[in-house]
Structure formats: structure tokens, C-alpha cells
Design a protein around this ligand. Structure first.
Ligand SMILES: [Mg+2]
Length: 387
């Protein structure tokens, strides 16, 4: 702990010697070819992890000059120049689909391996639940996410609930439509008894739940009956959350309730109707494991992208040690707290384009650097790394 505090203090001193970010824009005038050739003389000693919501995008719109700034991390040829990833607590779609969407929005070629989402660590649970019956909850394509990870027996909550008559007493008042198997075809009729009598072994909250009332109701059913809604009380199946964000910044001016808020609601209700408290595991930032995994992903990215290049003179995956890893985020209690807890080599940069809007640094979780936008953050990083 003392070493960690000392290193922060040393980095703080080092930072004071540098010009404030607002004075760094002249560095951007150097040409890409100059920058590229200068960079190629040495191995990359740093990497960057960007949060997405409130840093790169608001809704589906680039913010803070992100589309222009991200292009500076590529060579003129379009090849990756600086190892970077997106490290988001968000999700709902497979990494390949998210990478493709981000590529279109930002105008660069983003690899699926550059996208680490809140639910990405669920991959590590495939060995445990590969053939078990599981339910995936949340917006987007939660079941497709889990199938892409290798889970073979998964239904989305929309699909699962459609096999049960009257499981949601409020369904008749809901005006939206869902597209699960709720129809009269023969497969649905044949499958219904099987699904309803198959024990759910685990529930995964992949992304923000859409229909809180139904999802809380049916999750309580699953969790207190040992995975068989409508039956007797049984041992609680496993429950995993992709993140525990209380709030996040979307397009609306003030923050929106996130998966952490849903967890609190579910937990409060479950604990009132069940003798044993809810047992669960949450992933996502600020867990130090997420930052350790991000470092590993950046090392692998470096090895795979640069292994045939003279940019790096060794190609053993994971053998490279970064001197600095930058975390650029907008949420002090998630992005900055996480980077601070992870310690060396992480250096935290807080933007003012999302959850945080303060003039000075955040009081409880101060970042190593505060800037207005991600563009300023990239200016600072490239200047500091003499790129
Ligand atoms: Mg954010």
C-alpha cells in the first residue's frame, strides 16, 4: 500500500513538470509520418483503455472529438499504431458486433479483441455452465452474447418467460411487443413442457434489463425455487451481473439508473420474500480483476498486431511489460476508482463529457489528470509519450 501511495506521489510530481493539457495542442501539428517513424524506433511502452459511454459516445453519437482523436492512434495506412482497447461496463451485443458498430461510428477498423464489455468475463464461466440450462437477461441480444461465448443451452428472458402462461400478470398492460417463441407453431408447443420442467442452473444479467417488473418477478421465481418457477422453495441457483453501475450517462442530461440499481431492487425484494439473503457475483469496473484482464488483453493485442512488425522485437504473448496504461473514463466511482485500485502501471484520466462535470478534480476518487474531452486526453498521452 505504501509503495502504491509513493508511486502515485511520484507520478503526481512528474505530472506537475508537464504543461497543462490546454497548452499541448501544438503537438498535434506534427505530421503523422514524423510521428510514425519516431514511434517505430522503439517498442510500445504504453497502452490505452477507453470507457465508451460518456467518453467516446453519448447514445450513438461520438463526443469530445472522439472520432477525430481515435484516428490519431492509427497509421496513415489504417494499421493500428498505438495499442488501445475499449473497456466498458456496457454490453448487450457480442464483441464482434460491437466492434463493427464502433468501426462505423468512428471511421476506423476496430477488432473484436479491442472490445472488452461488462459481460466479457462471463466467457471464463463456460467450462462450468457449458451444457447447463441458463437464462440471459437484458437489452440487446443477451442469449446471442452467451452463445458466442460457448454456452450451449441458453434462453433469453424474453424467450424463457414466453413458455409460461400468466407468469407476468402485468403483461396484458404492456404495449410493446417482443419476438420470442410465443406463437402457435408446433415446435413451441412441443418445447413448452420441457422448458418449464428444466431446472435453471444460473441466471446471467448480461446488460441493463428492459422490463424491470417482469424480470424481478421471474428472477425471484427462478432464484427461490431452485430454478423451477411455480414450484416449491429450493436452493438458489447462481446469479451473475455484468456490472454494478448505480448510474451511467446516456443522452438525457442527468444520469440514468444502471444495472447496480436493478441489483439493489432485486436484492431488496428477494431478501423480503426469501429466508436467505441473495447470493450473487458482480463483474465490471471498478473490480481490479477487470483491470488485470485489460492489461492481459492489451498485451495480447500488442503481440497479435505487431508480431510481424519491427515495432516490437519480441513476439511472446504476455511477455511485454507496459510502463504506463492509461484509463480514460467519465465516472469517478467506476473508471477512476478502478484504475486507482489497480495501481501501477495504471494512470487515470477523467473527462468532463459524462457522469463527471466538476471544475476541479473529483473529491473522493481524484484522477491522475482531469481534462475536458477524450481528444484532450489523447493529446496529453501522445505528448507525454513523445509520439
Ligand atoms: Mg462511462
Amino acid at each position: 500500500m505504501r509503495l502504491s501511495i509513493l508511486s502515485k506521489a511520484l507520478r503526481s510530481q512528474d505530472r506537475k513538470k508537464l504543461s497543462p493539457p490546454v497548452l499541448l495542442f501544438s503537438a498535434a501539428s506534427r505530421s503523422f509520418s514524423q510521428l510514425s517513424s519516431q514511434y517505430q524506433r522503439s517498442s510500445p511502452s504504453f497502452g490505452i483503455a477507453f470507457d465508451i459511454d460518456g467518453v467516446i459516445l453519448l447514445g450513438n453519437s461520438p463526443i469530445g472529438g472522439s472520432d477525430k482523436a481515435i484516428k490519431r492512434l492509427y497509421q496513415d495506412s489504417g494499421n493500428l499504431r498505438i495499442p488501445y482497447i475499449f473497456l466498458t461496463n456496457g454490453g448487450g451485443f457480442p464483441e464482434s458486433k460491437r466492434a463493427s458498430e464502433l468501426s462505423k461510428l468512428l471511421g476506423v477498423n476496430i477488432l473484436p479483441s479491442q472490445v472488452v464489455q461488462g459481460h466479457s468475463p462471463f466467457k471464463q464461466l463456460v467450462n462450468r455452465f457449458e451444457n447447463e440450462f441458463i437464462v440471459a437477461v437484458g437489452k440487446g441480444e443477451p442469449a446471442a452474447v452467451m452463445s458466442a461465448y460457448g454456452f450451449k443451452n441458453v434462453l433469453s428472458m424474453d424467450e424463457y418467460t414466453s413458455y409460461f402462461d400468466n407468469i407476468d400478470p402485468l403483461a396484458q398492460y404492456k404495449k410493446w411487443t417482443i419476438t420470442p417463441a410465443t406463437n402457435e407453431n408446433s415446435t413451441f408447443k412441443e418445447m413448452a413442457p420441457t422448458i418449464c420442467s428444466q431446472r435453471v442452473q444460473a441466471a446471467f444479467i448480461v446488460s441493463d434489463p428492459v422490463d424491470w417488473s417482469r424480470d424481478i418477478q421471474v428472477l425471484c421465481d427462478i432464484l427461490r425455487t431452485g430454478g423451477l418457477p411455480g414450484r416449491e422453495i429450493g436452493h438458489q441457483p447462481h446469479l451473475y451481473f455484468a456490472n454494478d453501475d448505480l448510474e451511467y450517462q446516456a443522452t438525457f442530461p442527468s444520469e440514468r439508473l444502471g444495472m447496480g440499481a436493478f441489483r439493489i431492487a432485486l436484492e431488496s425484494i428477494f431478501n423480503r420474500i426469501h429466508p436467505n439473503p441473495l447470493a450473487y457475483t458482480s463483474f465490471g469496473k471498478p473490480s481490479p480483476l477487470v483491470f488485470q484482464n485489460a492489461e492481459l488483453v492489451l498485451k495480447k493485442l500488442l503481440s497479435s498486431v505487431y508480431s510481424n512488425s519491427h515495432l516490437i522485437n519480441h513476439a511472446t504473448p504476455g511477455s511485454h511489460n507496459f510502463k504506463t496504461l492509461y484509463m480514460v473514463g467519465d465516472n469517478p466511482s467506476v473508471d477512476i476508482k478502478g484504475a486507482r485500485q489497480a495501481g501501477q502501471p495504471w494512470f487515470s484520466i477523467l473527462t468532463r463529457t459524462g457522469v463527471f462535470k466538476g471544475k476541479e478534480n473529483h473529491a473522493k476518487y481524484p484522477a491522475d489528470l482531469v481534462v475536458d474531452t477524450v481528444e484532450e486526453a489523447i493529446d496529453y498521452i501522445l505528448r507525454k509519450e513523445s509520439i
